[in-house]
Write a protein that binds this ligand. Structure first.
Ligand SMILES: Nc1nc2c(ncn2[C@@H]2O[C@H](COP(=O)(O)OP(=O)(O)OP(=O)(O)O)[C@@H](O)[C@H]2O)c(=O)[nH]1
Ligand SMILES: [Mg+2]
Length: 427
């Protein structure tokens, strides 16, 4: 019995011991759990602080972007304001200029006249070109007239004889010269002019008058459109060149222009015209070398109608050996023009070379017989002293000079204006 009790006591000791061990283990475990929980708490804390850090950072950036956008908007607004200020400044400058002009006008009217002249450089350039084109003729006629007048102390018959000689040798033509001298003599008598120096102004005046009286109009017949300009003349006078320059002039005036290459005599003539056409930016209707000129003109008219062209300009051949040959050729062209383009305004432009002097007058007489010449284009005035031929053309043959060629360039063709011509001749 004691043994059992002894064993029981031992067992109880074991259990107590084990209980002690478990107790201490439990404490240890509880401590560990506490530590773990503490650690977890710390980690959680750290995480939340990082998250809030991030949130704070993105909010910061957003704010910065918003601020930047606001600044940009302000800059744009400022730029607009600067632009407006600049515009206002410009307007102010303009207003100041206008104010100055008005003050100038009120204070110095002469200066305004100069300004007006300056705004018309085209007219000045035109006259300048005519002046330089007429240099040789002017030097010839005007210098000789001046020296005749200087050599006389009083006005007598001999003075008139000398003036007559100057005019005839300057290709003014015998008949026109005699008529001019007669008129001059009468004026001197009527106006009781005694100074030889004063004769020059009277002569200038009479030349203007005789030219203006002889023809009704120096303008090209091109209104109303459509118009047909037939260009005739012997070879080498400048027909093709004049057509090129004329097309350019019309084109610049905003007209619709077309050219027909009626000179089919040689391929080079067609090529030359096409070259001028491309310079003036005008189309050229052509057939091949040797084709019937009337057929080319026919095609030109059909094309002009289809394209609603304002002005059709037709070149013709100059190499026609005799008058009947010339007449046949031209009549065929005129018939086609009349039949196919009856309602078109017509200009038959005879081209004459001023350097040929009296020959030009003779050519004009022949062409006048075979065709209804409505105007003359006098070329190469720039290279000759025989420009006086213009006076004879109008005063003797009653053919209006409508154009003058003053050089080989595309701009070197001018409408003929009597007053300008006489001024440029005596300037
Ligand atoms: N200096 C000068 N030369 C001109 C003028 N007009 C034409 N010419 C020149 O005269 C020459 C003959 O001109 P064209 O136009 O070929 O004459 P065309 O009448 O057509 O001659 P063909 O076709 O051979 O019958 C060319 O060398 C032109 O440059 C002008 O006003 N001044
Ligand atoms: Mg030609």
């Amino acid at each position: 019995m004691f043994k059992w009790l002894k064993n029981l006591g031992k067992k109880k000791e074991d259990i107590d011991l084990k209980e002690e061990i478990l107790e201490s283990n439990k404490e240890e475990l509880e401590q560990q759990i506490e530590e773990i929980e503490e650690l977890e708490q710390i980690e959680e804390k750290e995480e939340t602080t990082e998250d809030s850090k991030e949130i704070i950072e993105t909010e910061d950036i957003k704010q910065q972007i918003e601020e930047a956008e606001e600044v940009e908007e302000i800059i744009e607004e400022l730029e607009d304001i600067v632009e407006e200020i600049e515009e206002i400044e410009e307007k102010l400058e303009d207003a100041e200029d206008i104010q100055e002009e008005i003050v100038d006008e009120l204070v110095e009217p002469e200066e305004v006249e100069e300004d007006v002249v300056e705004t018309k450089p085209k007219k000045a350039g035109f006259f300048q070109k005519l002046m330089s084109g007429l240099t040789k003729t002017r030097d010839d006629i005007t210098n000789k007239i001046d020296s005749v007048l200087k050599s006389y102390k009083k006005i007598d018959e001999e003075l008139f004889d000398d003036l007559e000689e100057v005019l005839v040798t300057a290709d003014v033509g015998v008949n026109t010269t005699m008529e001019l001298i007669d008129r001059l003599r009468n004026r001197v008598k009527e106006e009781k002019v005694t100074e030889p120096d004063n004769v020059k102004e009277l002569l200038k005046d009479e030349i203007k008058k005789i030219m203006l009286e002889s023809v009704s109009d120096n303008n090209l017949n091109i209104e109303p459109s459509p118009a047909l300009v037939l260009v005739v003349g012997v070879n080498g006078v400048g027909k093709t060149t004049t057509i090129g320059k004329l097309s350019n002039n019309f084109k610049k005036q905003g007209k619709k222009v077309l050219i027909a290459a009626g000179d089919t005599f040689r391929a080079a003539a067609i090529e030359q015209l096409e070259e001028w056409g491309s310079r003036a930016n005008v189309d050229v209707i052509s057939h091949s070398e040797g084709a019937d000129p009337a057929a080319v003109i026919y095609d030109g008219i059909q094309a002009a109608k289809a394209r609603k062209t304002d002005i059709l300009i037709c070149d013709t051949a100059g190499r026609l050996h005799n008058k009947s040959n010339l007449m046949n050729e031209l009549n065929k062209i005129f018939r086609v023009a009349e039949r196919e383009y009856g309602d078109a305004t017509k200009e038959v432009l005879l081209v004459l070379d001023a350097t040929t002097g009296q020959n030009a007058i003779n050519q004009a007489k022949v062409f006048k017989e075979v065709a209804n010449i409505t105007g003359v284009a006098l070329t190469k005035l720039d290279g000759t002293a025989k420009g006086g031929v213009i006076i004879a053309l109008q005063a003797e043959l009653n053919i209006p000079v409508k154009l003058v060629g003053v050089g080989e360039g595309i701009e070197d063709l001018q409408p003929f204006i009597v007053e300008d011509f006489v001024e440029a001749l005596f300037n």
